[in-house]
Write a protein that binds this ligand. Sequence first.
Ligand SMILES: Nc1nc2c(ncn2[C@@H]2O[C@H](COP(=O)(O)OP(=O)(O)OP(=O)(O)O)[C@@H](O)[C@H]2O)c(=O)[nH]1
Ligand SMILES: [Mg+2]
Length: 255
Amino acid sequence: MARNLYFIGTAGCGKSTMVRAFHEWMASQGLDTVTVNLDPGAERVPYDIDVDVRDWIRLSDVMDEHGLGPNGAQVLAADLLAMNAGEIRDVMEPINTNYFLIDTPGQMELFTFRESARVLIDAFGREDSALAYLNDPALVKTPSGLISSVLLSATAQFRHVLPFVNILSKSDLLSPEELESIVAWSLDPLALYEALMADPATPKTLLDVEFMKGMETIGVYRKLVPVSSEVLSGFEEIYNQVQLVFEGGEDLRPD
Ligand SMILES: Nc1nc2c(ncn2[C@@H]2O[C@H](COP(=O)(O)OP(=O)(O)OP(=O)(O)O)[C@@H](O)[C@H]2O)c(=O)[nH]1
Ligand SMILES: [Mg+2]
C-alpha cells in the first residue's frame, strides 16, 4: 500500500527541491517513490514529475479564461483541482510504490486554508497520509521566528489532522552553532524561552511561559530534524520518522 507524504511549508522553503532529494535518497536505498506535483502554477520543477496536476489544470489557462490575477486564479485552480480529485486518484491508484512524494503549491495558505486540500487528501487516501512540514532556516534562526514557525505548523496540523514530521530545511545554510541552538530550542521549550528573553529584539509582553507550555501540551512542539537537499544530509532520520508514522518503524529496505 503506497503512502502519501505531503511536503508543505511557506513559499520558497525548499519543498520541491526536497521532493527531488528525497526521491534520490530513497532510490539510493533501493526504495521506489513516485513524485506528484500538486501546484497548477508550477513553472520550473526540479525533479521528473510522475503525476502532474497541470495535466488537468494549468494556472495560466485559468488566468486567461477567467480574467484573473495569479492569486485569484490559484484559488479557483485549487477548487477546479478538487473537482478532478477522483480522476487524479484513478491515475495514482494502480501505481505500485512505497511513497507518493506530494509537492504542494508555493503559497502555504492555499493548501492549509482551502477546502480543496481536504478533498484531495481524502481522495488520495487520508489514512495513509502524513505531512512533512518544512521550516525555513531564515525564519527559525531567531527564537521568536521559531515560535512563529511552530504556530504556522500548528495551523497546518489543526487543519489537516494528519501525522506530522517536523523538518529544518536547507540546514547547510546555517552555521554549526546556529544549527545546534535551533535543534536545542526545538527539544526544550525552556531553552527557547531563555533565548527569547535574552533576545533584545523580542517584544516581551506578548509571549510568556504559559504560552510556550501550551504549545508543548497540545503536542505541536516537536524536535526539528535538520535536512539539506543540497548536500543530501538528514534523510536517514526523515525516513525513520516517516516509517515510524506509517508502519510503527518497520524498515522497507531490501537486506
Ligand atoms: N542551500 C540550499 N538551498 C536549497 C535547499 N533546498 C532548496 N534550496 C533552494 O531554495 C530555493 C527554493 O527552493 P524550492 O525547492 O523551489 O522551494 P519551494 O518551497 O518548492 O518553493 P515554492 O514552491 O516556489 O514555494 C531554491 O533556490 C533552491 O535551490 C537546500 O537544502 N540547501
Ligand atoms: Mg515548489
